[in-house]
Design a protein around this ligand. Structure first.
Ligand code: GLV
Length: 319
C-alpha cells in the first residue's frame, strides 16, 4: 500500500478509487492548502494528486522525498509543474487531456457570444436598475456568420472551438506548432497561417496554446495593434499568454472591439482597469467547471496514479 496525497478537494469518486488500493491523505478544503501545510503533508508520499493552483517545484519534490513516483495534475495545463525537476528525480508527471476539451470549448464559445453580442453589458444594465427599452440601435453587437475565427494553438480544445465556430458559419484560420490531421482541417475548412496573418485577418482571436516561456505575453501591444479594430480576443488558456495591461489599454482606446477572459495574468487578481471597461467579459476560470468534467478529470488523475504505482505506463503522461 502506497501513500497518496491529494492536495485539494476533488470529486469523492476519485478519492474512493484511490482509497480502495492505497492510503489516501486528502486535503478537505474548502480553502486551498497553504504552502507550508502542503510541504509538510507531501513528506513521504509515493504519489501527489495536484490542482493547478499548487506549484509543484524542486522544493516540493525534495520535501516529498526520493520515494515519490508520480505527480498527477488534475488539469490539462501543467505550467504549475516543473516537469524537468520531476523527470530529473524519476518522478512521472501526468495531466488530464481530452476529458475537458468540450467543456472548455463551450466556455470559449460562450465568451465569443457574450463579447460579440454584448451579453455581459446587457446583463449588467438590467441589474443596475437603469431604464431601458428595445431600440433599433440599442446595444448592437457584431454577427459571427461569415466572419473569421483565428485559433491560436490548434490542439483538441482549439479544434473543438473551431468546430463550434464552423457551426455558426465562421471561417477558420489557425496557428499551431504543427499541422493538424488533414481530415480534420478539411472538415473544418481550416487554413494554417502564421500569427501575424492570423491577427490581421481574424474577427475573433481565440487562444488555446499551452503557457510557458515561449508563449509568455504572446499577445502584447504589437499583436493587439495588428488585430482589426473591430476584432475580439478570447482567452480560455492561461492568463499570462496575454499582456493584461496592454489589453486593457487596447480595449480602453478602442484599438480592438472587445474581449472575453476566463483566465488572468495574476489570477485570481484581475487588472483593475479591466474591471472598469464595458467591452470585456470576465469569468472566473470556469473552462472545465462542470460536474461531469471535473469528475472525469479527477478519475483520470486517479487512473494515472494507480497505473504508475502498479509499475504501468499511465494513461496521460506529460511529454
Ligand atoms: C484548466 O485550466 C486546465 O488546464 O485543466
Amino acid at each position: 500500500m502506497s501513500r497518496v496525497v491529494v492536495t485539494g478537494r476533488v470529486p469523492d469518486a476519485a478519492v474512493e478509487k484511490l482509497r480502495a488500493a492505497h492510503e489516501v491523505d486528502a486535503w478537505p478544503g474548502p480553502e486551498s492548502i497553504g504552502r507550508e501545510e502542503l510541504l509538510r503533508r507531501v513528506a513521504g508520499a509515493d504519489a501527489v494528486v495536484s490542482l493547478l493552483t499548487e506549484r509543484i517545484d524542486a522544493e516540493l519534490l525534495d520535501a516529498a522525498g526520493p520515494q515519490l513516483k508520480v505527480v498527477a495534475n488534475v488539469a490539462v495545463g501543467y505550467d504549475n509543474i516543473d516537469v524537468p525537476a520531476c523527470t530529473g528525480r524519476g518522478v512521472v508527471a501526468t495531466n488530464t487531456p481530452g476529458v475537458l476539451t468540450d467543456a472548455t470549448a463551450d466556455i470559449a464559445f460562450g465568451l465569443i457570444l457574450m463579447a460579440t453580442r454584448r451579453l455581459g453589458e446587457g446583463e449588467r444594465l438590467i441589474r443596475s436598475g437603469q431604464a431601458w427599452k428595445w431600440g433599433m440601435f440599442f446595444l448592437l453587437g457584431s454577427s459571427l456568420q461569415g466572419k473569421t475565427l483565428g485559433v491560436v494553438g490548434m490542439g483538441g480544445i482549439g479544434q473543438a472551438t473551431a468546430r463550434r465556430a464552423k457551426a455558426f458559419g465562421m471561417e477558420i484560420v489557425y496557428q499551431s506548432r504543427s499541422e493538424i490531421d488533414p481530415g480534420i482541417a478539411a472538415e473544418l475548412g481550416a487554413r494554417r497561417v502564421d500569427l501575424d496573418e492570423l491577427l490581421s485577418v481574424s474577427d475573433v482571436v481565440s487562444l488555446h496554446c499551452p503557457y510557458g516561456p515561449a508563449t509568455h505575453h504572446l499577445i502584447g501591444p504589437e499583436q493587439l495593434t495588428a488585430m482589426k479594430s473591430s476584432a475580439y480576443l478570447v482567452n480560455t488558456a492561461r492568463g499570462p499568454i496575454v499582456d493584461e495591461a496592454a489589453l486593457a489599454s487596447a480595449l480602453r482606446e478602442g484599438r480592438i472591439a472587445g474581449a472575453g477572459l476566463d483566465v488572468f495574468e495574476h489570477e485570481p487578481q484581475v487588472h483593475p482597469e479591466l474591471l472598469e471597461l464595458d467591452n470585456v467579459v470576465l469569468v472566473p476560470h470556469l473552462g472545465s467547471a462542470t460536474v461531469e468534467t471535473r469528475t472525469a478529470m479527477a478519475m483520470l488523475a486517479a487512473d494515472n496514479v494507480l497505473a504508475v504505482l502498479s509499475g504501468e505506463r499511465p494513461p496521460a503522461p506529460i511529454g
